[in-house]
Design a protein around this ligand. Structure first.
Ligand SMILES: *Cc1c(COP(=O)(O)O)cnc(C)c1O
Length: 409
């Protein structure tokens, strides 16, 4: 028996997992054969596995500069990447703070928001969140995420937040709820996944709702934190989900696709207002946050190479073509599927299942069914989605959706 304790894996029921040997493009080679990576290895891989440009950047950097302390030292990969991120993100996000994962990027964002209000001498500290959101698995990020079976045991450690209903339709109820909370003058920030709630079941809402939330934040001086950890780097059909609404958050979190899905790295971008509240001759205003590997040069070089691919390749055309291919596959789904939906490259549908407690078994069964057909998918309950690397072909998508549609409930 292996000594490894796998994440989100029930060792009591699941068979030993396949062993990955190599990865390239849209495929992972395993000891049991090739697997089409239909979920971009949990939403991290953007262009494809093993992109030569990114691999070369890692190789070149590792040959001359490894981890160096980032408190009081700086280096070119971090500086150049920060400059590129500021140029590529919505206007006003001029300061880049590095960490290692989506969860830490969100923790940093929450701390920046609370620090901002404290340094402004304002007692605001409440955080608004959207029902069914996911922001990570640390205690702080679970606190701002949906509560349920995944985190019930840790409930005593979590802090309270103000929940808004998921934006159905025109999002009227959500906007009204935020308006009411914001008018209290106690809201420090709202944190949201723009346009697509990933782990919450690939639930989607409109760019108009996002713009509406921004307008309320502006009116009541509530900070907007956009968690673009999943939605960033083209997933929604634009570079950032916020771009669909022409909205600039006060704080933006990115990770997953930042390095193309090759090595861990995260960045939290903040507006000048947030940075300036921490910049002072008073040392108590220092942003006291760091992780040991902050701005690892090799990871920053990988990210910079990933960014250069956006500049060198016709990415918007690629995203548009992939979105059209996905739309075509969705249009062919039959009556066994409902809530068929798409946002850019992300396509999802709910499998119609008989009522009654059975539901929880459908996901793992469908996953095993697809795996046996050489396709890696991870349905969320009865929600099946394909979120592929951008290099997939139409034949790859046919294989992925073919595995889904050959499943019998
Ligand atoms: C995956 C995810 C996170 C957490 O990122 P990790 O790197 O797994 O810590 C946070 N927010 C969103 C929206 C995510 O999808």
């Amino acid at each position: 028996m292996s000594a490894v304790w796998h994440p989100f894996f029930q060792h009591g029921t699941e068979p030993a997992p396949p062993r990955a040997i190599s990865s390239a493009g849209a495929f992972i080679q395993t000891d049991r054969g090739p697997l089409l990576d239909g979920i971009s290895s949990w939403w991290v891989v953007t262009h494809g596995h093993n992109q030569p440009e990114i691999v070369e950047a890692i190789r070149e950097t590792a040959g001359r500069l490894d981890q160096v302390i980032f408190a009081g030292l700086t280096h070119a990969p971090a500086e150049e990447l920060a400059e590129a991120l500021v140029a590529m993100t919505p206007a006003g996000l001029d300061h880049v703070f590095y960490s290692d994962s989506g969860s830490t990027a969100v923790e940093v964002a929450l701390k920046m928001a609370l620090g901002y209000w404290r340094h402004e001498g304002d007692g605001r500290h409440r955080i608004a969140v959207i029902e069914d959101s996911y922001h990570g698995d640390t205690i702080g990020t679970m606190s701002v995420g949906e509560r349920g079976v995944f985190n019930a045991a840790y409930d005593p450690l979590m802090f309270g937040v103000d929940r808004l209903p998921f934006p159905e339709g025109d999002g009227g109820a959500t906007l009204a709820a935020l308006e009411a909370l914001a008018a209290s003058g106690r809201m420090a920030a709202i944190i949201l996944e723009p346009l697509v709630l990933g782990a919450g079941g690939m639930r989607m809402y409109s760019a108009d709702v996002l713009a509406g939330l921004r307008a309320i934040c502006d009116r009541h001086d509530v900070l907007m934190i956009a968690d673009e950890v999943m939605t960033g780097w083209g997933r929604t059909g634009r570079l950032w989900a916020c771009d669909h609404a022409g909205v600039a958050p006060d704080i933006l979190c990115t990770s997953k696709g930042l390095t193309g899905g090759v090595v861990p790295l995260a960045a939290t971008l903040a507006s000048g207002r947030i940075f300036d509240a921490h910049r002072s001759t008073d040392r108590r205003r220092t942003f006291y946050h760091s992780s040991s590997y902050t701005a690892n040069p090799i990871a920053c070089a990988a990210a910079l190479a990933q960014v250069r691919l956006w500049q060198a390749r016709p990415m918007q055309a690629r995203l548009d073509a992939l979105a059209a291919m996905q739309a075509d596959r969705l249009a062919r789904l039959d009556g066994r599927f409902t809530n068929i939906r798409q946002c850019g490259t992300i396509a999802a549908a709910d499998l119609v299942v008989p009522e009654g407690g059975y539901l929880s078994e459908v996901g793992p069964r469908m996953r095993a069914h697809c795996m046996a057909r050489g396709v890696l998918l991870r349905p969320l309950g009865n929600t099946v989605y394909v979120l592929p690397p951008y290099c997939v072909t139409g034949a790859d998508l046919d294989a992925a959706w073919g595995a889904v549609t050959s499943f019998q409930v």
